[in-house]
Write a protein that binds this ligand. Structure first.
Ligand code: PLP
Length: 423
């Protein structure tokens, strides 16, 4: 029941809940809030590393971390160290990854509108793969390609599988800005066009069927379509994309990365793919979501006729997902993690916007109020990476915790940072 204490299984692997505090990676959340201030993103390195390792062993070499879910230099290095490639979708993401010291040979370049400059840089540094999205990009690549510069590609296709959270449906026709349609023949034409460019090697095809997917059947179905489609191509790679779901609130449960990999492998064998074809994926959320949490401090509690509003010192600028997608989260009081949560509040942020809601109906202990430190777990994905400076609110700091120590990997923004673009 929602008034029960927070489920420990929603927290990262190393979390321990006790009366008065929660520790993560051997570090007290109360201490972290006191030392670094709030709002604060906290990531458990052990959880990050374990999810990366799980992905590296569930899939073949070339499996990637989708960096858009959470990217900074420390994260890129960690994923690289644990054996993953890094997916980027823009020149900005590519730049951060290269600055982090991860070699270009472990970077996969995505994007549905790669500019001339982005493609030129990807070619110049020699990324591992470019995932081709459209015919205009092929034209641009043709003009950039040099005979002495090998260009390794995947072709992004839309297999006609639409994945939803709990089911998947097969659609006759795809309506998406991404990739080439298998059904219309565009995917086949793209492969031929690329093969006509002398320096290009097409290694295989790529599909990404959605996000926050709990039903693995959609992936098996996709793998079968990709296998059938490429039966005569002699490709050495097939990539199933990302999108594996995670549990955000009590009552949800998601397949593990290993179960996902197993299902893909079974589907690949079923469609007759040999061991020589590398089976790849690019999880984002499944790597970082549960490893991260956010700490806020409560600043105001306002009972109105219909409910009680509890306002924290962040909001839609550090977690836009509730506003964008209506996503659900849970909350707990860091000093009372084992307590029942009978107090129903609408947890809101500090932005000048009625829609600035973090949790529509959050359940908290009775005594939680002004000054309490609130934690929203499972905020490691698409929180910091989608964070904004709306209302000129500085972005929070990000700390990694491991073995009883914390290190700040991104410092909190200052008002000077906010003013740095003024001319
Ligand atoms: C967003 C995206 C991913 C990662 O999605 P998650 O839901 O975070 O796993 C992987 N591949 C592509 C092409 C994407 O657009």
């Amino acid at each position: 029941m929602s008034t029960d204490p927070i489920l420990a299984s929603l927290l990262c692997d190393t979390a321990t809940l006790s009366d008065g505090d929660v520790s993560v990676g051997g570090v007290s959340l109360r201490d972290l809030a006191a030392t670094y201030g709030t709002p604060l993103f906290v990531y458990d390195e052990a959880t990050l590393r374990s999810r990366c390792r799980e992905a590296a062993s569930a899939f073949d070499d070339g499996v990637a971390f989708a960096s858009k879910s959470f990217l900074c230099g420390a994260m890129a290095r960690l994923a690289f160290e644990e054996g993953l490639c890094i997916d980027v979708a823009t020149g900005g993401e590519l730049d951060i990854v290269l600055r982090s010291g991860v070699p270009a040979s472990r970077v996969i370049m995505h994007g549905n509108n790669k500019s001339h400059d982005e493609l030129e840089r990807a070619l110049q540094v020699g990324v591992h793969r470019i995932v081709i999205d459209n015919f205009d990009e092929i034209d641009r690549l043709r003009s950039l390609a040099r005979p002495d510069q090998p260009l390794n590609c995947l072709v992004r296709v839309t297999p006609g599988v639409e994945a939803h959270t709990h089911e998947f449906i097969r659609t006759g026709q795809e309506d998406t800005k991404f990739g080439f349609s298998v059904a219309t023949g565009d995917a086949r034409r793209a492969i031929s066009a690329l093969r006509a460019v002398p320096s290009v090697t097409v290694h295989g095809v790529h599909a990404h069927i959605g996000s926050q997917i709990f039903a693995i059947d959609g992936y098996s179905e996709t793998m079968q379509i990709l296998g059938d489609f490429t039966r005569d191509d002699d490709f050495d790679e097939l990539c199933i994309g990302g999108g594996l779901g995670v549990a955000y609130v009590a009552g949800e449960s998601a397949p593990s990365i290993s179960q996902w990999g197993d299902a893909i492998r079974v589907a690949a064998r079923k469609v007759g793919l040999g061991e020589n074809v590398r089976l790849l994926a690019e999880p984002g959320r499944a790597i970082v979501a549960q490893a991260g949490l956010t700490l806020y401090r409560v600043g105001a509690v306002k009972p109105v006729t219909q409910r009680t509003y509890m306002a924290v010192d962040g909001g839609m600028s550090d977690n836009p997902r509730p506003v964008l997608y209506g996503s659900g989260y849970e909350a707990f009081d860091v000093e009372r993690p084992l307590a029942q949560r009978p107090q129903a509040v609408r947890l809101v942020g500090k932005h000048c916007e009625s829609g600035d809601v973090l949790i529509d109906e959050a359940w908290l202990p009775q005594r939680t109020g002004v000054g309490s430190v609130i934690c929203t777990p499972v905020t490691g994905a698409y929180g910091y990476s989608m964070a904004s400076n709306y209302n000129r609110v500085p972005r929070p700091a990000v700390v990694f915790v491991a073995d009883g120590a914390a290190r700040e990997v991104l410092r909190r923004e200052t008002y000077d940072d906010l003013a740095r673009l003024e001319t």
